[in-house]
Design a protein around this ligand. Sequence first.
Ligand code: HSE
Length: 414
Amino acid sequence: MVSVAIMGHGVVGSGVAEILLTHKQKLFASVGEEIYIKHVLDLREFPDSPIADRFTKNFEDIVNDIDVRVVVEVMGGVNPAYDFVKRCLLCGKSVVTSNKELVAAHGAELLQIAKDNNTNFLFEASVGGGIPIIRPMNQCLVANNVSEVAGILNGTTNFILTKMINEGMEFDTALKLAQDLGYAERNPEADVEGHDACRKICILASLAYSKHIYPDAVHTEGITKITLDDVKYASIWGGVIKLIGKVKKLENNMIDIVVAPMFVPYTSQLSSIEDVFNGIMVRGDCTGDVVFYGKGAGKLPTASAVVADVVDCVKHLKNRKYLFWADSDNSSVIDYKESVTAMYIRAKADDRDAAYNKAKEIFKDIHILENKDAAQGEIAFVCEPMKYSDILNNIDTLNADGVKVESAIRIGDL
Ligand code: HSE
């Protein structure tokens, strides 16, 4: 029998307990011994739980219990999770977490502590919920040089955008619906402003390039400014708007990483990923594109990934899984203004023809998006790929010339 502890009995934590209890025989067959939940840490009371007698409010009960070999951290947030995880690793316990904020902020340090203490720190559930992505990238695709990882990494924003695209729902209405359905938090900032997707692409980038990429190095835009007009122009262009987290290794070995809404062409598999689903494309030099798709959030999908890590830890109690990346100072990340992208631009002016002429003069090659329903004086076009700093300068020039830019969205090279 191997004893484990679960820190946190919220949505994911209760799912982990549920799977460990309901899939006991299945897991026994895989591991060869019973996985026994010895403690559950939560400040709340759960008198109706079948393991109500194993709840504790005191972390010391877990860290000081030498029987506990694997600790699951599903509390969320950085504090006190960081301190608790660190202390568990320092005393040789394996730790499994679904906490992307923790991994994105402290992954390198915690991986180093795990290494120094000959134990494991695993976090499959931190990206893509129930979708296997960390282990496939770390093991199955290990022979590849990964040139790019791009994905729809946030279910809430994908749900909102899907409602805008398929049902013509305004952003605010779609957000309210997402909240009513329990997808979006009452404070939806982390999702709609792109911070959640940023943490996830940082974890994937760190894994792909073996050095920690911190969220503060990543230019991050959310979806709050997307309008139904933009959705319409995306369809005229031949695609849909998705919130994409993307990291790319450039020829000079520098890293280009961004989170932003992008026009995704219908030809890309990512364009058909709808509702709360996530999809992640990994481009390997041997495999070509590999796409992972599934439920990126939710109680049992996420708990399934956590339990898989618990099983892995139990099977490797005496030796380490080689999951590691080194710390870094973000110096390999290029300034986002240096990155090259094509851009969709929508603007308003008094005279449409004159505005298009101005756009051609400033941006040179542009592809006009013809919209028979365009509002009076509205223009929309896509420019050729150029440095983001040049795009910003050109937008300033357009604005100064009386062509007021209302929207600018990257064209996803996907
Ligand atoms: N808020 C996240 C999402 C939950 O919507 O994808 C899973 O990380």
